[in-house]
Structures are given as structure tokens and as C-alpha cells.
Design a protein around this ligand. Structure first.
Ligand code: FES
Length: 204
């Protein structure tokens, strides 16, 4: 069985889709499934407006869903082993970068010994941060497989390994999930750099 992500809610009730998603439960971002595809939602410009700029060194993270939406996420807020916490970055002045759906992040706190050496080096206190947008055709990643510790995309079943740099471990996604390196300051996860890799769907 999988787990629902923090702030979760069920998102799609069509039987065929339900069958396809067996083994993973909804992260729950409060959006109907049909609204999750990047091609249906124009991306805001990442230029100029700090709300639409990609995460940067020094950004903290805030809850993206649930009754704590907008509150700064601490390490203690992130359950060890998942489920992931949906987040947006927030710049040091307090501007939440929610002006672009490509800034959607998933924060997960994992056991250090489970992380690959490379991933451990980009994490802090087991916290890793990944793009919440699938690299296949850009759906929101809204599912979590707790038993195998994987993100799962609801659209075409791509799976990504947060323990190993977001590596693709199933489905048609052509690229790993981009990460945001994390450090911890006074018990609060903070971005140590911007995205490693470009988030979302890349047309060829
Ligand atoms: S958009 Fe994620 S698998 Fe196709």
C-alpha cells in the first residue's frame, strides 16, 4: 500500500484510473486529476517576478496544501520515511514562489543509510527536495508508494526514486526528477542551491 501525502485528499474517482493506481495512494494536492497535466495549464513566466522565479539558495519552504498552507516547514514537520510534504519555496523576504506550477516541490525525510552517497550529499538531516512535476508530459506527481519509497505519477505510471537522486525506476519518464539541494538552519530546511536540472516536461 502507499500513503497519502501530507495535506492529502482523494483526487479521482473514475474506476479505470483507480485500478491503474492500485498500490499507491494520492499525495493530494487539492486538484482534480484532469487539471494536473502541464499542457492544460500555462506556465507563468519565471522571469522578473520573484513569485515565479525558480527556487534559489537561501529559500525556505512552506506548506503547499492542507490547513498549514503558507507556514514554514521545519524538519520536525516532515515524517521520517514519508509521505512527502507538498511545498513551495519562499524567498528570504517572505515571498512565496507560487507563481509557477513548476515551483511545486515535494519534501521527503528519509533514513540517511537509505540514501545513495550522492543524494546524501545534497540532503540535510535526511531531508531531500524534488520537483513535484513529472518529466514525462508534466503531470503533477501526486502519489507515494510507501512500501518501495517512490514517487509515482498518476498519468502514465512513471516512478522515481527519492533515495537515489530522483532516478526513473519505472514508466515512460525520460529524465530523473530535478532536485533542490537542502541544508538545515536552526531546524528549518533551506535551499542550498537552485534546481539541479530543469523541472517539468521538455519538448523535443
Ligand atoms: S506525465 Fe508522468 S508518467 Fe506521463
Amino acid at each position: 500500500m502507499g500513503d497519502e501525502l501530507a495535506g492529502g485528499s482523494s483526487m479521482n474517482r473514475r474506476e479505470p484510473r483507480r485500478a491503474m493506481l492500485r498500490g499507491a495512494l494520492a499525495i493530494g494536492v487539492g486538484l482534480p486529476l484532469l487539471d494536473l497535466c502541464a499542457r492544460a495549464i500555462p506556465e507563468a513566466s519565471a522571469q522578473g517576478d520573484p513569485k515565479s522565479q525558480r527556487p534559489q539558495n537561501g529559500d525556505r519552504f512552506v506548506f503547499r496544501t492542507g490547513n498549514q498552507t503558507g507556514k514554514v516547514i521545519t524538519v520536525a514537520d516532515i515524517p521520517v520515511g514519508g509521505p512527502p510534504v507538498p511545498a513551495f519555496p519562499m524567498d528570504p523576504s517572505g515571498v512565496v514562489r507560487d507563481g509557477s506550477r513548476l515551483n511545486q516541490l515535494l519534501l521527503v525525510r528519509l533514513t540517511l543509510t537509505d540514501l545513495s552517497e550522492e543524494t546524501r550529499g545534497r540532503s540535510a538531516e535526511g531531508v531531500v527536495a524534488y520537483s513535484g512535476v513529472c518529466t514525462h508530459t508534466g503531470c503533477d506527481i501526486t502519489l507515494w508508494k510507501a512500501e518501495s519509497i517512490r514517487f509515482r505519477c498518476p498519468c502514465h505510471e512513471s516512478e522515481f526514486d527519492p533515495k537515489d537522486a530522483g532516478r526513473v525506476v519505472g514508466g515512460p519518464a525520460p529524465r530523473r526528477l530535478p532536485r533542490v539541494p537542502v541544508k538545515v538552519v536552526d531546524g528549518v530546511p533551506v535551499a542550498a542551491a537552485g534546481f539541479l536540472g530543469r523541472p517539468g516536461f521538455q519538448p523535443t
